[in-house]
Design a protein around this ligand. Sequence first.
Ligand code: NAD
Ligand code: MG
Length: 384
Amino acid sequence: MKQQIALLGSTGSIGRQTLDIIRLHPEQFEAVTLTSNNNWEMLANQAAEFLPDSVVIANKEHYRKLSEAIAHLPVKVYAGEDALCQIVANSNITTVVNALVGYAGLEPTLCAIEAGKKVALANKETLVVAGDLVMKAALDKQVPIVPIDSEHSAIFQCLAGEASAPTRLILTASGGPFLHMTADDIENASVEQALAHPHWTMGQKITIDSATMLNKGFEVIEARWLFGMQPEHIEVAIHPQCVVHSLVEFPDGALKAQLGTPDMRIPIQYALSFPQRLELPYPKFDITQAGNLTFSKPDTDRFPALRIAYESLLRGGNSCCVLNAANEAAVEAFLSRKITFGDIRRTLEHTLDKSIFIARPSLDDYRASNTEARRIAQQFIDSK
Ligand code: NAD
Ligand code: MG
């Protein structure tokens, strides 16, 4: 049977690459719902090509323009972030691909789980903010959450077929655009420098997170929840060649890794086709051209955000939710040139310091904590 897919965030980097996979395998996958926040023109074009049952434009301002643009198509149009939650529960959907960015991804993930849909998860913020709640809900509902993030897909692939629990997870990191820069140069790096990632072309938010290396910190948190691993057994190795996508250690000391071209379409397709593998008609990786592969310890003096993420994870409670909210505010302010690159870290530290700690947050606590942390972060940013 075809997988009937609700693709949340179809106009983004992961969203468009997911459509590449659906386009390649029309006999396996069908786009039933496509969504965007603001980009109604691209969403209209996608609707014309894929003829989904429905589209959702999260920002209601664009509802009219979108409706008029696709009035001639047999496609229903909905608007508003609430519509995302309603749409994923639709009975004709089997799989939800969450390719939203930021906190906005949390509630749709929870709605998809509640409705018993398989979730292919790119939106790592879902697990950063409320990993404990999300994994518990998935367990209760017996819903699979399959990772799209390349490192977690690599780990997931290494774990397939293993009866023994792993003893260590090693997430590889490219090191981002500032890997070889001095602390002073990083402090005052420009938006253009931060957006120039050496290996991956991604949305702006994750690209800035890669430059601070908070992205890797978020991935440690994501791995903690996805694989039920304690933080002290999750390590990061700088591997600038981006060939090894992550590694798993087993009790006998054996290490398994997954290697290949840095192309997100491989983990996206695997998340959809698992446990099968489908053909992907792109040039295959030539290991003899890989050159030297290097692995080293990250420098948390130059990349303090990675250390802050570990500390937040160890502190637990709502700390990672606060960290995420502060970061969203800081990245937006940096991209609008209101603060320096170094101020991103200061915003994180200030907000974590000033926020109220909640040891066992409920979903409502997470919601309130997210709002409150953004307010604290914004005040700090405005004082700059
Ligand atoms: P992006 O900015 O390119 O796309 C985000 C999508 O979400 C867009 O379609 C946008 O319209 C939609 N969106 C944004 N804010 C929204 C809101 N408030 N309400 C509803 N819709 C909204 O982002 P991306 O790079 O595709 O990343 C998506 C997620 O995948 C992120 O969590 C990111 O960390 C993760 N991820 C991305 C990559 C990558 O290569 N791009 C790799 C690994 C993980
Ligand atoms: Mg990743």
